[in-house]
Design a protein around this ligand. Sequence first.
Ligand code: B12
Ligand code: SF4
Length: 454
Amino acid sequence: MRIHLISPTHYLPDGSLHKTTRYWTSGTTLPYLKALTPPEHEVRFTDELMHDLDLAAIEREADVVGITAMGPQIRRAYDLADHFRSRGKKVVLGGTWVSLTPEKSREHADAVVAGEAEYVWHRVLADLEANRSAGIYRADRWHDLRGLPVIDHWTLPLLKPDAFRSSWLYRMYFFWPIMFSRGCPHPCEYCAVQTYYRRAFRTRPVEEFIDEVQRMRSFGAQRFLFLDDNPIGNPEKAKEMLRRLIPLNIQWVSQATINVARDPELLDLVARSGARVLSIGFESLSDESLSSIGKSFNRPSRYAEDIAKLRARGIHVIALVMVGLDGDTTSTFAATLRWLDENKISFLKLFTPAPYPGTKFHAEMQAAGRILGEDWGRYDYGTPNVAPKNMTPQEMIDGFNFVYSGFYSVRSMLRRFVPPPRKNLLESLAMLVANLKVNSYLRRNPQSSWGTIS
Ligand code: B12
Ligand code: SF4
């Protein structure tokens, strides 16, 4: 069969499609699914974030259309699915959001893959080829992440191969995606990852991971993005991997929990293996807020010390912070901004709570009648989708804009970047440029709460 895989983009509030001409990394979902597809099928793919979909060509040439969706892409994914089905194509939906809402997704597709594709994709295709479908396909076990298919990295949908070969700046800008683990063992109640993987956490065999890094090094990859949600979920496995990474002399960025700073051996290995930037879900400075979302392990009283330890090793910290949680009041915003400045956070991503269906947080908010919006296309982290407890939704958005524009003001940048940390000066410069870009975006788009959406 001829298969066309699509990663849709999301709609902007005015109904247009969000597009970009350049991106600093790429997901691997589409080339990975292609590598997983039995060889008798022909596979093409399009990431709509950067490339326009040629609807007519897909209608003409494809037998099956496979669509992935994360976050607010889901609305566009359903629209595309309906479109292609109305043109007689067989449509399969999969990915993070689809896995949270398989029944709803089934209304828009001939087949739905809920969860990992490794054990079911070949069966879906065989069924569709035989003109049948079991509806929702869910593997009966998690994959052990051994012997994963090898992707063709030069086809990464958001990579510009020519720019990578010709431009020093682009080589600094682009982070090659790689994955060490899947899932996360923590219990945060709002988290899609926790719900999707049901808290199962697995790492790839270290040998296979290191082989992949070496393979990628051989074609010039130097800077890597770990796609992992929490690569230190099993600290001992992470240490084993990081020890092997040190001699490969790469630079990497990742998400991780703040626990990365609380284990001296782990922190030392993280720094020596080339970590440059870590995105850390602090979420809140309030113990009450953290306990309301099941993230008490964060312990705000230790944040300052933890961040100082990371910075002392030349690692920049991107803070992920939620606004309007149950322990927050309108005075929380000024305190948060002060804290971000004092701790010299390098970059900030703010989030209004998104009550993803299937999560415990969603169930609680629904039972309390606090869900404000069911338009999943607006689950973009900049829209009030949950009624806050101690403020109005408008106060939450005003507070969001206050923290966001305050953080990306020139005054705050001066406080946070002068003097820069002594190690990894070039990285500090790159972070400063990223701050300046958000500053300029905010001046052009006063509706800044949309600024955090990728
Ligand atoms: C890379 C990435 C991005 C990149 C690149 C995306 C791209 N277009 O290439 C960028 C930075 C742009 C991005 C943006 C966003 N992202 Co994102 N992203 C990821 C990340 C880190 C890795 C994705 C990946 O490549 N995984 C590797 C592949 C192999 O795994 P996979 O996608 O899960 O696919 C497997 C299965 O799910 C399944 N599958 C997936 N799709 C399909 C489709 C079909 C047809 C089939 C059969 C199977 C199938 O098969 C695969 C093999 O088992 C994930 C976290 C994660 N660990 O997965 C978050 C993640 C998916 N993103 C998330 C979110 C929220 C966002 C944003 C909304 C964030 C924001 N505020 O900006 C935006 C949304 C963008 C949009 N346009 O709407 C959430 C999704 C939550 C949810 N409920 O859906 C995740 C889970 C992160 C998180 N911790 O919450 N993202
Ligand atoms: S630590 Fe992060 S990835 Fe893990 S469950 Fe909590 S929010 Fe999700």
